[in-house]
Design a protein around this ligand. Sequence first.
Ligand code: SAM
Ligand code: SF4
Length: 326
Amino acid sequence: MQLSDSLGRNINYLRLSVTDRCNMRCFYCMPKEGIVKKKHEAVLSYEELQLIAEAAVGLGIEKIRITGGEPLVRAGIVGFLERLARIPGLRHLALTTNGLLLADMAADLYRAGVQRLNVSLDSLDPKIFSDITRGGDLKRVLDGLDAAERAGFPPPKVNVVIMRGVNDAEILDFAEMTLAKRNSIRFIEYMPAIKEEGWQRYCISGNEILQRIADRYTLEQVDKGKYAGPSRDFRIPGAKGSIGIITAVSGHFCNECNRIRVTSTGQAKGCLFSDQKTDLVPFLRPPDLEQLQKTLREIVMTKPERHGISCDGYAHQNFAMSQVGG
Ligand code: SAM
Ligand code: SF4
């Protein structure tokens, strides 16, 4: 079955957040003081999250990415993933993590049936990494990346949010990582989710990032696979890995958007930067698969044509990305 929105876009991808808690505090994602803890009963149970996943797959969703907050901090996550991986019709199960717990959990995640990992890593310098994440330990993330490959995963995609004056001096270091390593390094434009004073100073466009690499290296375009997502991918000739640019702000790719999102409290969103969300809880407590599917279909049908953010301004309400899942 194919799920399409009112503009004819094929919607085959669900980003499902399992928690808004995190063991890091990246400054661009979460306020310093963290976020107000949700009451236990506000967070969906694994049974409820699974029902959403089954409903979505029944409608035509083929790929689910588990995200958060940090998904690996939620107790019981491995068993949940194992059950998700068995949903008939689900073709691709992926997970995005900050990597802090990956060294210990990679083998279990692989056994559970997760097919791909994305690991967020914004600096190769321990001090800058710790500053961005407000205390994160770079070595643990690098160990996690190695452990993922030892466990049998394809080399994880590495997500790097580039911010001017923070980590943009490392663009070439990350690009050069691909010479010897098979990972795909994906440079993500900083998105103004939290309205921090002077946020514009961090903005750096994907084209500038690409140009800085192209000033040193030849880049050849790489074809992408069906579930590859919105990045434009390149390779330095002879390199083992690839380089991707995700221009969510400067060159929006809304015309190719294929996704919906559901938060850990059951709020469904058709667009990351829309203030519109739909509460799925009434269709989970008690469970009502028919109404759940009807509502998910409506969310797909009312997906906005495009988001309104740019580096000049934006209209959405302030939100912590950790609550929506990125
Ligand atoms: N904790 C996991 C992690 O960090 O990978 C998963 C959740 S995190 C919200 C998902 C992705 O959103 C990460 O790659 C993160 O870098 C990205 N992200 C968060 N806030 C962002 C922002 N303001 N601009 C761009 N990317 C952001
Ligand atoms: Fe946590 Fe990921 Fe947000 Fe960083 S980006 S605070 S690791 S949820």
